[in-house]
Design a protein around this ligand. Structure first.
Ligand code: ATP
Length: 425
């Protein structure tokens, strides 16, 4: 690394197949990167030469180059290093295999659709990153795949506690990720699957059904296929959720990151036509502490309401308790012996239960459903978006809500989420 005169500006030369890994830890720090010579990409998105990219607290990234490049980095360099060993060639090979399957779907009439790929593995192995790389490479080949995110802990497409799907037609923005135009979102309401297995599986089934239906009407996407990102819970019930999702989406390929045990279990349990592939994780993937995860959930909700690089201006207004119809998913468990004949206690977990508005809603997120009555199948109806209860006035029986849309709230049902957000704006 040849240093320039300004101590905060560094020129970094990367050889072919190497990557510069960096983190921004402190709230006060930022790192700005500029590609000066050659070609480079961040998780599959090509950098534009001469354009400065700024990264703020929490960023953990790698700039990879196939051909070699020179970068200019502004900011503290102590959390940066160059790695010459990366698994990018494995990931590129995966992309090439997917591309072949897409070409088959395009040219051979008996192949009805492009590949459906699920990315699995324990926590912090780079599942979201590999999904992003594969989506970006597909888009750069002129494809338009669907990205399905089943990781309720991070909630990349909407907010934590939701599963979502988007059509990807452009590479991810280096700083902001994929644009979330017209996402398909289902509300689950918890950040962990063990809170309500039945509802989670129900939503995965519904998501799979709707995504498949939509692909039928969009030939380009149907050929491009689906990339499904999953949650890092891979043992016991978590494993059963993975196999359930694989079945629901009719996956063709499962990419297993970094865990031979999981790979072997899937090879054993999946039908023969599902190709299970073991891939190495990148040495750059950073382990995230519980606290970091909580902070990034919070940051994700803040970004949902207030935007990121492009700021958003949410609305704040009061609504009367009596004007709201709030529900939650799942009734408190009853012993089987107390259930009506023919019903099991777990059936209660997919019941809609009315919630009386009051101080219990303070700081909670509420999903704005597209369902307008409990006669609809509310749980499996997708949602329009989220609001957050920022204040409860018991005397006047009103709530103050933070909403991406101006008042009034649509006359539909609201579904309570376990997820809370303290609005500090
Ligand atoms: P989770 O268990 O939460 O689902 P995951 O397996 O999806 O995690 P990622 O979110 O893809 O893991 O990666 C974890 C972190 O590591 C992210 O902040 C990501 O940006 C970072 N990361 C991934 N690959 C690299 C790399 N090669 N160099 C530096 N940072 C990386």
């Amino acid at each position: 690394m040849a240093e320039e005169k300004d101590p905060e500006v560094h020129e970094i030369v990367l050889e072919p197949d190497a990557e510069l890994r960096f983190e921004v830890e402190s709230k006060l720090d930022t790192i700005t990167l500029e590609l000066k010579v050659g070609l480079a990409e961040i998780f599959g998105t090509e950098l534009v030469k001469g354009k400065p990219y700024t990264f703020t607290t929490g960023a953990k990234l790698a700039v990879f180059t196939w051909q070699g490049c020179t970068l200019e980095l502004r900011g503290k360099r102590n959390l940066c290093y160059i790695a010459k060993e990366t698994p990018m060639m494995f990931y590129l090979n995966c992309h090439a295999c997917l591309e072949q399957l897409r070409m088959k779907a395009e040219t051979e009439s008996e192949v009805k659709r492009g590949p459906i790929t699920m990315v699995v593995g324990p926590t912090d192995v780079g599942k979201s990153t590999v999904s992003r790389i594969l989506l970006n490479y597909a888009v750069r080949m002129g494809r338009a795949p669907v990205y399905v995110d089943l990781d309720i802990g991070q909630g990349q497409i909407s907010i934590p506690g939701a599963i979502g799907a988007i059509l990807v037609e452009r590479p991810a923005d280096v700083e902001e990720g994929f644009p979330h135009n017209a996402p398909l979102v289902y509300h689950y309401g918890h950040t962990s699957m063990d809170k309500n297995h039945q509802t989670f599986n129900l939503l995965v089934n519904k998501m799979a059904e709707v995504v498949h239906e939509r692909l039928q009407t969009n030939r380009k996407s149907n050929i491009s296929g689906i990339i499904i990102n999953t949650c890092g819970w891979v043992k016991g019930e978590g494993y059963r959720h993975l196999t359930h999702a694989a079945q629901a989406f009719e996956v063709d390929i499962i990419l297993v990151l970094d865990q031979e045990k999981l790979y072997n279990e899937l090879v054993r349990d999946m039908p023969n036509f599902v190709k299970v592939v073991l891939l190495p994780k990148s040495g750059g993937v950073v382990e995230r502490t519980k606290k970091f995860r909580m902070n990034s959930r919070d940051a994700r909700v803040r970004e949902y309401f207030y935007g990121g690089k492009t700021p958003l201006h949410p609305h704040s207004f009061d609504v009367k308790w009596s004007d709201l119809r709030v529900y939650k998913i799942g009734a408190p468990p009853l012993p089987d012996s107390c259930m009506p004949l023919g019903m099991k206690a777990e059936d209660n977990m997919t019941k809609l239960v009315a919630v009386q508005p009051g101080p219990n809603l303070l700081h909670h997120i509420l999903a704005v459903s597209f369902a307008s009555s409990t006669d609809d199948d509310v749980i499996t109806t997708n949602i329009a978006g989220y609001i957050c209860v920022t204040n409860v006035d018991v005397e006047n029986q009103t709530l103050t809500v933070l909403s991406p849309q101006p008042r009034p709230l649509p006359d539909t049902l609201l579904i309570l989420s376990d997820v809370q957000f303290m609005d500090s704006h």
